[in-house]
Design a protein around this ligand. Structure first.
Ligand code: SER
Length: 586
């Protein structure tokens, strides 16, 4: 069964059972406590907590997911960063019985998987949550013999919450028996066995609890169901393959890498898999407007791209080979997720730029790494060396960690973080110095430009759209510089609109208000924030009338009227998908 058919069959099956098909949400979630969408339930989180679902009580979806937690695992036969999750959900409607029955009906009926190849895990209970006897009984009633049902603990059979708090509960997992033979463990070779003879294909979560920030569980008023089945894994089973990379969701990508490298997949499957997965993941992240950077989502994109580039080097891929490989990934998904096609030019530019940038330093960085490990007396690479590789050669921390691991070494992570912090403090001090020395006037000028930056940011979002994100800014006493994500050069008309809007807000002499609150509350209140990981527990939120609201350290003026007049003097490109504006007060 082709993956396309599997997706359709799943959604149609649940549609027939009264579910509304809901499109995949973005890979970039609205929940500020998580970086990416990692599960199908995320877009429905509130409906599990009692908010009325506009789609009704039963929904089904095929959700794009990105899992940073699995980056290191990629290379084996089943883990991926980007994956699609098929799911059915109930918000206070059906519960365990229907969920388990339908899962069996779909797998054995529609997918024709022999019942004998399906094994099950359920929650065996612990000091906080009782054993899920109900699921066990349902499975037995459905004719599953005892020797294919096993109880597991929290690690395996309890799910959630995503982020810092939310719905969670015991799970019933469906495993597929790949080998139908026990490993050396004999009878103890059961699901979750390290031998890999079983693969978990479907996770049926029974959301019965709410876990708060202190990890305290309270029963939910309304019970819910959240299931998730990896499309790639199901395709692997149904297409009779031994890894997700051999399914139709990967073959053209792997073939292209083979073509570029003039070696074969079987020579080094790990390298091929990492490249195929990471390039696909990068295509999807870039399609959602993520740009490589040193922060948050941008950092993840940089990390996977640079890891792919490094493995590409091991396979002797020629320069600029990411593009044709990425194009194969795009072709697989263009009908399902049209954005990968409509944004293709931007995506490819982003990939190419990152490849060109890293190409320049990778070789020298690897030399430096080898030199340093030879010098290294201990089994730990010092933090300042790791920082130098990061700062001078663009090696993400995790890349150095991986290289070190391959040599049987570790890295001093704390030392690295200390060096990074020190570096950031020095840059900040540099900025302050720029404004310092000339007294009050300089401070006021800095505050004015700071406020102007917030007005400009909001004006850009109103004129160009909400995709505009601050990518960086720099102010000197003379001018402000503002970098933001936007795919195209601004037209004269757009620039004028932005400038006029800022000047209008200056004229309105809006009041600037400062409040302190938790990060989460700030985000809920609609404050813009793009450098999340740097923020402390309590943040300052600056509002300019009701025009702009941003998390920021300040300082700002008290009224926009103090700014006088605002003029854009230049608009230019600052890398793929990033524009730069310079403006002055007049
Ligand atoms: N939320 C669960 C998972 O991601 C089931 O959808 O595995």
């Amino acid at each position: 069964m082709k993956s396309e058919e599997i997706r359709k069959k799943f959604l149609d099956f649940f549609k027939e059972k009264g579910h509304k098909i809901v499109p995949s949400s973005s890979l970039l979630p609205t929940d500020p406590s998580v970086l990416f969408t990692t599960a199908g339930m995320q877009q429905f989180k509130e409906y599990f907590l009692g908010k009325k679902s506009p789609f009704g009580k039963r929904v089904t979806s095929c959700q794009k997911c990105f899992r940073t937690s699995d980056i290191e695992e990629v290379g084996n036969d089943r883990h991926l960063t980007f994956l699609e999750m098929l799911g059915n959900f109930s918000f206070g409607d059906y519960f365990k019985k229907e969920t388990i029955e339908w899962a069996l009906e779909f797998l054995t009926g529609l997918c024709k998987i022999p019942n004998s190849k399906l094994w099950f895990g359920y929650f065996k209970g612990d000091s906080n949550v009782p054993e899920d006897k109900e699921s066990y009984k349902i499975l037995q009633k459905l004719g599953i013999p005892k020797n294919r049902i096993y109880g597991f603990g929290r690690e395996d059979n309890f799910w959630g919450p995503t982020g810092e708090e939310g719905p969670c509960g015991p799970t019933c997992e469906v495993h597929y028996d790949l080998t139908q033979e026990s490993c050396s463990k004999g009878k103890d070779c059961i699901p979750n066995c390290e031998c890999g003879g079983f693969i978990e294909i479907w996770n049926l979560v029974f959301n019965e609890y709410y876990q708060d920030r202190n990890k305290k569980l309270t029963p939910l008023k309304q019970k819910g169901v959240d299931t998730g089945m990896g499309l790639e894994r199901l395709a692997m089973v149904l297409q009779g393959k031994s890894s997700v990379f051999e399914t139709d969701l990967f073959t053209s990508v792997i073939k292209e890498i083979e073509k570029q490298s003039s070696q074969s997949y079987t020579d080094n499957p790990k390298a091929y898999r990492i490249m195929a997965d990471h390039i696909k993941g990068a295509v999807f992240l870039a399609s959602e407007g993520v740009i490589p950077s040193n922060l948050e989502q941008g950092y993840t994109l940089r990390r996977i791209l640079r890891r792919a580039i490094r493995f590409g080097k091991l396979l002797n891929l020629p320069k600029n080979s990411l593009i044709p490989i990425a194009q194969k990934a795009t072709a697989i998904y263009q009908d399902i997720y049209p954005k990968v096609k409509t944004q293709e030019a931007d995506i490819l530019t982003i990939l190419q730029n990152e490849e060109e940038k890293f190409e320049k330093t990778l070789e020298r960085g690897l030399k430096e790494f080898r030199y340093q490990i030879e010098k290294c007396q201990e089994k730990i690479i010092p933090g300042r060396v790791v920082f130098d590789l990061y700062q001078s050669y663009g090696f993400p921390l995790e890349l150095t960690e991986e290289l070190a691991k391959e040599e049987g070494l570790k890295v001093d992570k704390q030392g690295f973080e200390g060096a990074l912090k020190k570096h950031q403090e020095i840059s900040r001090a540099g900025v302050e110095k720029k404004f310092g020395g000339v007294g009050k006037e300089a401070t006021h000028q800095a505050a004015k430009l700071h406020t102007a930056t917030h007005l400009l940011h909001q004006a850009l979002r109103e004129v160009l759209g909400e995709h505009v994100k601050q990518m960086g800014s720099d102010i000197t006493p003379q001018r402000l510089r503002f970098d933001f994500s936007h795919p195209a050069k601004l037209t004269e008309d757009e620039l004028k609109k932005v400038e006029d809007l800022v000047n209008q807000k200056i004229k309105e002499d809006l009041k600037i208000q400062k409040e302190e609150m938790s990060y989460e509350k700030a985000i809920r209140a609609g404050a813009l924030a793009f450098f999340k990981e740097k923020y402390p527990e309590k943040v300052k939120v600056y509002s300019i009338g009701d025009f702009s609201k941003e998390i920021c350290g300040g300082p700002h003026v008290s009224h926009t009227g103090e700014l006088g007049h605002f003029k854009i003097i230049k608009e230019e490109s600052s890398g793929a998908g990033v524009r730069r504006i310079r403006a002055i007060p007049k």
